[in-house]
Design a protein around this ligand. Sequence first.
Ligand SMILES: *Cc1c(COP(=O)(O)O)cnc(C)c1O
Length: 469
Amino acid sequence: MGFDQELFDYVIRAAKEFEDGLVSRRVVPTTQDIKNIAAFDEPLPIDGTAALDVIRTLHEVGSPATTLTRSGRFFGFVVGGAHPVSIAANWIASTWDQNAALPVLGHTAAKLEEVSARWILEMLHLPKDSGVGFVSGSTMAGFTALCAARYRLCKKKGYDLKKNGILGAPKIRFVMSEDIHPSNIAALRYMGYGSDDLEFVPVDDQGRMRVDQMPNLDDQTVVIAQAGNINSGAFDSFPEICALAKQAGAWVHIDSAFGGWLRLSEQRGHLVEGMELADSWSLDCHKWLNVPYDSAVAISRDADAMREFFAISASYLTDTGKRVPSHFTPELSRRARGIDVWATLKYLGKKGFARIIDTCCDQALRFSKELERLGFTILNDVCINQVVFCLEDEDGDEDGARLERIMREVQDGGTTWFGPTKWQGRNAFRMSICSAATTEKDLRVALDAISLAIANSSPSRLQGDLCRT
Ligand SMILES: *Cc1c(COP(=O)(O)O)cnc(C)c1O
């Protein structure tokens, strides 16, 4: 095999070309670029291809059809983009090819997970001895934490889920808001629950769980609260929810995929007040921490429950007394996710990470004011990095068709990208700023693209809007 200098020289050049394009390229590919990836639809190759040709094809055909989530002008979904230092760490980690299942398969990988876990717990003011599992995303983080929670609640009732299985287990209830991120429902589905098995609580105008409408809790209940509503960015009231749960002996899990990181913010940290009172948490690293996919953490106050439920024992899996990464995750073999997390935290420091979060939130607030000036109605209280907006006509009725036209033109233009959403029954668009890459210039360019689309959609309307400001 050996080190192939030419191959890696090409990769560096290709990566640089991609990186250079982030400033000027369309954030979404053209229809033609997407058509071109049909070139990958070849019959199964019987004979191989030279490595350099493989990688060249990947770059020449694949790169143009990428969605530039790493660009500072991409505001769709809630994704964020990978930071250069995290990509560099990820490259080194790939070169090492470590398996993070066991320390013996990757001492450095295991150590960096342990250190990253300690840093994350400290940053978030969570119990020091919590269990932390490095998983693929918040969906799996929720699954992981909720499996451990259910295991513990059953154990407390004298039932060993690991030995006796789910069929004869005590019935565990799951309570969450009607506006819960659907990945939690998916996680519960993988655990054997259908949506009819779950208890949904109505929400207020920001998508927060109405605590006054919560059902009675008991010691066989898991409440799933949210730090950062996927549309509005709003936070459930953790002090109230946790107080009720604690009284009843219920478990509280917080889906903190992106909002949990607000703990770092000096200006907005109060939004996550009481987060530390919960029992488990899920957080994405591939969103606001800006590390490459796939990366998230499942955290549980009850490290033993994680270990007891997830540890896979086999005669060849020896226990060395060290923290075993796979004891906290549903996976055995996997990539060493802690490496890019460690590098990014080391590079940014707590302050640098907090600055990214506050900058994104400040940018979202300013952008929402500009959108208002352009005639849009902002539907959420822009408390963090999320902006939900729509257009109302003069009678105050929503004008879904015109909004759709404007946003389609913006999306097709490729300068910037926002995704559609449905907010409290209304058609709207959603912007999420969670990338360190977003600059003032990016925001200006995005606004210009929107202004132009408005002008093209109805010149007279634009006039009216300008008069109003
Ligand atoms: C993104 C997100 C998820 C799902 O996370 P994945 O990393 O895509 O699995 C869950 N909850 C919230 C609030 C999110 O923003």
